[in-house]
Write a protein that binds this ligand. Sequence first.
Ligand code: HPA
Length: 243
Amino acid sequence: MLAIIGGTGLTRLKNLNITHRQVIRTPYGEPSGALTFGEINTHQVVFIARHGYGHTIPPHEINYRANIWALAEQKVKRVVSICTVGGIRDDLPPGTIVVPNQLIDYTNGRKHTYFEGGEKPVTHIDFTEPYCPKLRARLLKAAKASHQHVLDGGVYSATQGPRLETAAEINRLAGDGGDMVGMTGMPEAALAREAGLSYAAIAVVANWAAGRGDSRHHVDLAAAAGVFDTAIEHVHRILEALV
Ligand code: HPA
């Protein structure tokens, strides 16, 4: 079974034939909402809306540990994360879809590991490749098969939020090698690795990051709404091809 974590703009999957929902409790508390089980083209899928189904949970208050734990308990092996980002690199305007291959974590104070509390031996997961190369390759193949244009690779900068960044902060992220910026990529990716899940992301560029693009003095979240909606349609096509 494939798991899909939906981000901003994707609180439900249009092409998912829902069979049932299930409330799950975990040792780490409650996930963002009930898990939604269903089928895409007869393939079993479990979906969770990262920010809650009413989009009320801000990035720093998401219970990432409970979300990943709940999915892992369903004997899920692969997790595809859908996330929205601001475009930093010149060739990432709103509407672009990227399958990132690297990330840099700037978040702080989030519950970011299962290895704490002294009950389990200390474990250092390998995180050289934060996104599963095999699942990335499958996503890229699915994009190609469904004729959706996606960029292969890019560095996801995970910021704390919920405020957007300053222009200087974006310059710093760019200097560090960041190509796009979002608030939910971490610790989700690391927790998935700790839980032994294969995890990859589809990043949808919703806006130019602060100080980039045409409106250099503010981040224009509204202007790009149309292209964003179209991009989400493309994401649906990719997921259909993936399953
Ligand atoms: N910054 C951080 N997170 C985001 C942005 C952004 O500009 N756009 C969408 N998520």
